[in-house]
Design a protein around this ligand. Structure first.
Ligand SMILES: [Zn+2]
Length: 114
């Protein structure tokens, strides 16, 4: 399997090739962490079943977001806010590699979910 990135430099103009490679690596690491957590939560040693189930769902959602972010990297559409279409700054992506919204759209999204 090739790990080459087929990103369109025009779309990803705000991210350098090495920034993108770093974010891709962060996503891979995060995926390993979340996958290990899912395995652990399927047979939780000392957690309430309800809490374990809640955490399991959160982990699976996080994994889906990671998969989606990696798909977006492949398609050259990564780092663009799904709400307003603005580019998401590298600093935010480095802290939250699976982020799909800018800070203000994420705030609005969180409010809408409550
Ligand atoms: Zn936005």
């Amino acid at each position: 399997m090739s790990t080459r990135l087929h990103a369109d430099p025009a779309v990803l103009s705000h991210l350098t090739r090495s920034e993108l490679a770093t974010l891709h690596r962060l996503l891979l690491e995060e995926r390993i962490v979340q996958q290990a957590r899912v395995v652990e939560l399927q047979d939780p040693p000392d957690l309430e079943p309800d809490l374990a189930q809640f955490l399991l769902v959160r982990c699976q959602e996080a994994l889906e977001e990671i998969e989606e972010a990696m798909r977006l990297i492949e398609h050259g559409a990564y780092g663009v806010c799904s709400g307003c279409g603005t580019t998401i700054p590298y600093a935010r992506l480095e802290a939250l590699p699976a982020a799909q919204r800018c800070v203000s759209c994420q705030a609005g999204h969180n409010r809408a979910q409550r």
